[in-house]
Design a protein around this ligand. Structure first.
Ligand code: HEM
Length: 453
């Protein structure tokens, strides 16, 4: 197929982008709370910094140098803040996400080696298995909501990878527990903004039944795996995790907090990130054709294996471009705890900072034709975007620990699905991204029919 024929230069998928005129101030404020992507002013897509006209509100920063300092060199002056820790503590306990300073540093150093790309590629068979099972199920059902279904797959993959050896759980029970646990986390998260901690007693506290059952099961899994010969999987890597600088090992309690945290951090995020590129490929024929040609050239009609992952170059580009247009986290927040200068501007202690990832990824100064879908922006020979204008996984020392896990899973599953089936979205359904519970998801799901190829 000649490249000119399969490259379509003008595909702009549906999404809010800055209007000619901003909403009137009160409406903009209310919309920014209920449907943030639609309430943000044009300035966020065009300027380097934007301060809302009402004093005391957080400042939006879109300048890559300033963001580089906030997330990178000066990260110590810009922690995620007490509210973040309050919201995350019921899930993460004393694990990675809720720790700061030395307590965070050693855990990060200890766990990072387990999440290296090479180890993640080795998980490809777990991912392919979940993907193939889903394809079987979908083609039997015929019609599915892709957004919802992706949640089931990503949870299955995490449970296999992160709780390998959890034979004390019944599979269905485990899935149900984890789903309810994650749903509780998302539902109660908002109330942490205004309700005192006491209000949450017995809900998201470790004593809540789902949390308690999951913790007990993970504890049993850790005991079992410590007594068994190694299987060479992610759990073994984490069981052996130790700080390379001090040799300190992870105690079972911290290990359990982190394992549970990985499930919560990786489930909804990867699920949402997966449904967008599969849908994009379903409505954009040139992309679909190129993807199919690549998967067939790399893996033929057999299963995708670890050594194929690196060679699925275009699939990875599609995932990257999809994460640009529909980043899972539309916004990252930080609190300044020490008055300082970043990118030539002064930020005072106490100020809240917003990095509006969604607008940053469509920023008029940093991207050519920002709303256009063009996976070739991420081609190996293209100039890579600045790390601080493209941050689907955050940036700096606190960058997502599971990024390579997620990228491997997204690439492998996109390739598996596009090769294995035809997906036809319901023609009457309007696809539209909304930021809900801090995740950019398709409003009303992604209803479609699936036919095996
Ligand atoms: C597409 C899927 C995912 C997306 C978009 C995503 C996004 C992010 C982002 C933006 C952050 C940084 C938050 C901040 O700086 O405020 C983060 C942190 C984190 N993510 Fe992910 N994530 C994904 C999947 C995963 C998976 C699969 C895991 C684990 C298996 C994971 C584990 C973590 C952890 C542990 C942190 C905290 C790191 C630290 O504080 O040192 N994530 N993620």
């Amino acid at each position: 197929m000649p490249d000119a024929e399969i490259q379509d230069r003008g595909f702009i998928p549906p999404a809010p982008s800055p209007g000619e005129r901003d909403l009137p101030p009160l409406r903009a404020l209310l919309t920014s709370i209920s449907r943030p992507l639609e309430g943000w002013p044009r300035a966020i897509y065009e300027q380097r910094v934007w301060r809302p006209p009402v004093p005391g509100l957080p400042v939006f920063i879109m300048d890559p140098d300033a963001l580089g300092a906030i997330f990178g060199e000066k990260a110590a002056a810009f922690p995620q803040g007490a509210l973040w820790r309050r919201m995350m503590r019921p899930v993460w306990g004393d694990g990675l996400v809720t720790s700061e300073g030395a307590a965070w540093r050693w855990q990060r150093r200890a766990t990072a080696p387990a999440f290296r790309p090479a180890h993640m590629h080795a998980l490809a068979p777990v991912m392919v298995r979940a993907g193939e099972a889903a394809l079987e199920r979908w083609t039997r059902q015929g019609r599915i909501d892709l957004a919802q279904e992706c949640g089931r797959i990503t949870l299955d993959v995490l449970l296999d990878a992160v709780l390998s050896g959890g034979e004390d759980f019944d599979r269905e029970e485990l899935r149900g527990l984890a789903e309810r646990f994650v749903a509780q986390v998302l539902k109660t998260r908002l109330s942490y903004f205004f309700a005192p901690d006491a209000f949450h007693e017995g809900r998201m506290s470790p004593e809540a039944p789902e949390g308690a059952r999951l913790r007990a099961g993970v504890d049993a899994m850790i005991r079992r795996r410590r007594a068994e010969p190694p299987r060479g999987d992610l759990v073994d890597l984490l069981l052996g995790a130790r700080d390379p600088e001090t040799g300190r090992e992870m105690g079972d309690d911290i290990l359990r907090d982190n394992l549970l945290g990985f499930i919560v951090a990786g489930h909804e995020t990867t699920a949402t990130a997966l449904c967008w590129p599969v849908w994009l490929a379903s409505i954009h024929e040139p992309t679909r054709r190129r993807l199919r040609a690549e998967v067939e050239a790399v893996a033929g009609d057999g299963a995708i294996r670890p050594e194929h992952v690196e060679r699925l170059v275009f699939a990875r580009q599609v995932v990257s471009e999809s994460l640009r247009l529909y980043p899972v986290n539309h916004l990252l927040t930080r609190v300044c705890v020490e008055t300082t200068e970043v990118g030539g501007m002064r930020v005072k202690a106490g100020e809240r900072i917003l990095a509006p990832v969604y607008a940053l990824h469509r920023h008029r100064l940093w991207w050519r034709e920002p709303d256009r879908f063009d996976p070739d922006r991420f081609a190996p020979d293209a100039e890579p975007p600045d790390r601080h204008v493209y941050m689907p996984f955050g940036a700096g020392p606190r960058i997502c620990l599971g990024a390579a896990f997620a990228m491997t899973e997204l690439t492998v599953l996109l390739a598996t699905f596009v090769r294995g089936a035809d997906f036809t979205p319901d023609p009457g359904h309007r696809v539209w991204p909304v930021a809900e519970n801090s995740v950019v998801r398709p409003e009303g799901g992604l209803p479609m029919t699936v036919v095996r190829r």
